[in-house]
Design a protein. Sequence first.
Length: 135
Amino acid sequence: MKSKNLIFILSTVTYLAGLAVGYFVDFHTFRGQLTVFTNGTLYTLSFDKIIKNNISVIIHEIFGGILLLPTINSLFFSGFTIGLTLKSLVIIGIGFKNALLLIIPHCIFEIPAIIIAGAAGFKIPYVRNCKVFSR
């Protein structure tokens, strides 16, 4: 029971660390990549593209647990992307409160699913190592 909580906490901390780094990073470093906000063009994503992306992130996290590094990378950069998006919305004048209101719908299903998949990705090498070293 203790290891399950520890793995879930590790997954959550990795995601939140990425979110914090994404929010507090120097925004001008990524200015060229965020032209969607600077030139006034809004690129729309269809529902199927968003679902496909979320499923691919979850699959990478679960099966990336075999090597462990892809799980850490995926969790961190998923949080980093949300943090950077939040910061960019604040910079263009939407405000922190309104930017959070735009992100809150994702907190219901997507973010917990990514964190749970990351915990599963951390659990795979843990179980594998327990079986290998218990022999």
